[in-house]
Design a protein around this ligand. Structure first.
Ligand SMILES: NC(=O)c1ccc[n+]([C@@H]2O[C@H](COP(=O)([O-])OP(=O)(O)OC[C@H]3O[C@@H](n4cnc5c(N)ncnc54)[C@H](OP(=O)(O)O)[C@@H]3O)[C@@H](O)[C@H]2O)c1
Length: 293
């Protein structure tokens, strides 16, 4: 059995990583109260004691708007926390798989972002995640950085859950239609990370570095909301769909600026894994069935 230590195990992606672990892996999952990645000593002690073959970091400060007024905490988790994990991994000679975000880009592109495209985050959250990428890349640890976008799942708080709640409360909604991106299920992120873990344990190596991964095709938050309501009604999760009006980003001001374009080119990872990119509509249907069960 190959032992894998997972941080942030109660989060959207962390909980799917624990749930979807292949049989040949032994998972030791820690939630934030069991392992605080900002605590260097605790990280070192637990990593040394467990001696895993791999760390998957699913822990992060993900409150995008709150980060604007809470930069210290965002950097503590998203940069220092990653540094602590990298140092502990280096001490026992194991790799780290880490998750990052489309928010490292400035969102002004019109073509899908490649891994090599210039970064330029426009908010504290994106900047703190970029700092985490850099600290890991410069640590000397073998690493995978998986940048993903618009995460949803049955666990935790996300756009699907917010839409379902608003759909119950209101007859009409306005949803932003000028931000483009790719919704991505937490389960599909977990599956891809496990495929990479399997490849690493079978081959003893990987092509390390940054990869983009999201579900396809690209849409807008408005397009995503319409599909959520369509599927929720046919799955019996909602009685009736509200009217969903298109609004502009400027009609819905938020403390953190959102990228207008978040679409990423995921072909590099598909080449490494020899598999296609899952469609988010199908992933959404699985999540709605889970929520209905
Ligand atoms: N959500 C998205 O739309 C999105 C988009 C792109 C990329 N990502 C990235 O995907 C990854 C997973 O995100 P997610 O959606 O699964 O986030 P999530 O549901 O917010 O989960 C993050 C987990 O990290 C834990 N955590 C926070 N601070 C910690 C600390 N100091 N030590 C240990 N654990 C800590 C949280 O625990 P508490 O709740 O107890 O604080 C939470 O369980 C993150 O790296 C995120 O940046 C997410």
């Amino acid at each position: 059995m190959v032992k894998v230590l997972i941080t942030g195990a109660a989060g959207q992606v962390g909980s799917e990583l624990v749930k979807l672990a292949p049989a040949d892996f032994e998972v030791v999952g820690y939630n934030s109260s069991e392992l605080d990645i900002t605590n260097a000593l605790q990280v070192q002690q637990i990593v040394a004691e467990q001696a895993p073959a791999l760390i998957i970091n699913a822990a992060a400060y993900t409150a995008v708007d709150k980060a604007e007024s809470d930069a210290e905490r965002a950097y503590a988790v998203n940069e220092t926390g990653v540094k602590n994990l990298a140092e502990a991994a280096l001490a026992i000679g194991i790799p780290v798989f880490h998750i990052s975000t489309d928010y490292v880009f400035d969102g002004t592109a019109t073509e899908p972002y490649k891994e090599t495209d210039p970064v330029g985050p426009s908010g504290v959250y994106g900047a703190s995640k970029l700092a985490g990428e850099q600290v890991l890349a410069n640590s000397g640890v073998k690493h995978i950085i998986l940048r993903t976008s618009w995460v949803f799942g049955a666990e935790g708080n996300n756009f699907v859950k917010i839409m379902l709640r608003l759909g119950k409360e209101r007859d009409t909604l306005g949803v932003v239609a000028d931000q483009h991106g790719c919704p991505t299920s937490a389960a599909s992120i977990a599956n891809v990370l496990w495929q990479l873990a399997q490849k690493y344990t079978e081959e003893g190596e990987l092509t390390w570095g940054i990869y983009h991964f999201s579900n396809s095709p690209a849409t807008t938050w408005h397009g995503f909301a319409c599909e959520i309501f369509k599927q929720a009604v046919s799955a019996g999760v909602l009685e009736k769909a509200p009217v969903v009006n298109q609004i502009k980003t400027s009609d819905y001001p938020t403390p953190a600026k959102r990228p207008a374009w978040s679409v990423m080119d995921c072909s590099a990872l598909a080449n490494v894994l020899g598999s296609g990119v899952p469609g988010w509509q199908q992933e959404l249907s699985t999540v709605l069935n889970d929520l209905n069960a």
